[in-house]
Write a protein that binds this ligand. Sequence first.
Ligand SMILES: O=C(O)CCC(=O)C(=O)O
Ligand SMILES: [Fe+2]
Length: 277
Amino acid sequence: MLVELQEGKIKNFELPFKQPFVIRGGGDDMFALKWDETYLREMFKQTKIDVEVYKKFEDYETSKSDLEPMHFGDFMDKMEKENVYIPDCSLLNLTTPRYVDGELRVDTLDRRLLDDLHSDKLLTNPFALLTIPVDYYFFMGVDTKTGAHLHIEDDYLTCQIVGEKDIWLCDYEHLNIRSLFDTYNNFAKENVFKMDWDMVDFPIYHTRLKPGDMIVIPPNMWHWVKSDGFSIAVAKIFENNDFSWMNSWKYRKLRYRQSLNQLLPTRIKEFWRMNFG
Ligand SMILES: O=C(O)CCC(=O)C(=O)O
Ligand SMILES: [Fe+2]
């Protein structure tokens, strides 16, 4: 059954995240709410970004896409007409190579973009004071969906910046994780968009995010998203080294996967995915 997600305040925000909740207007003092296309083009310049390219619109539902590096400007030109999406783009790792008098320079992203994401309101929370986000993940696209997935290693405080989107969450035991070496390894086997959410016998928490709203996403909750029109969100990432929640029996598959992922060399995992994934 569909249930409205509970609302909370910035002061309820505590690390590590345990319960999901939405903080209405929690980030409405961020300058980023004024971002527009011209400004973003100027800030990102010719930075290359890994873009998800979808063969057909339905593929968004299972996040079945190919990653293609693309200049930010080209993405903006394409996003209205083509099935392209920028997901989970780490703003701290973005760099732009450029040649000055034949010498290579590598610029990091214009720091003003990060300043724009600053929120005084968040600083009123003692946990946020102690813990500066370790990264900022940028999401941008037009009319997109994201399939059900989990973030087991980090706490996501996702802030809606431009446009609106619906987000749904459910507890871990209600969906199944894809196989160990699947390319989409943090995704559910089920296509949740094909389910009748009113009829399922477990709660699906729903909320609609508007600019300035934030949502706390704990690591053990599936979530999936649909945005209408042009949407930008930025997730403030807080490191979460507390994996004790995974010790319970119901998370055993996740735990095996997590330890194998850490143990096996990347080359072996890549080989497996290419051939059997
Ligand atoms: O907006 C999206 O496409 C996904 C957002 C999300 O999954 C997140 O913030 O963790
Ligand atoms: Fe997510």
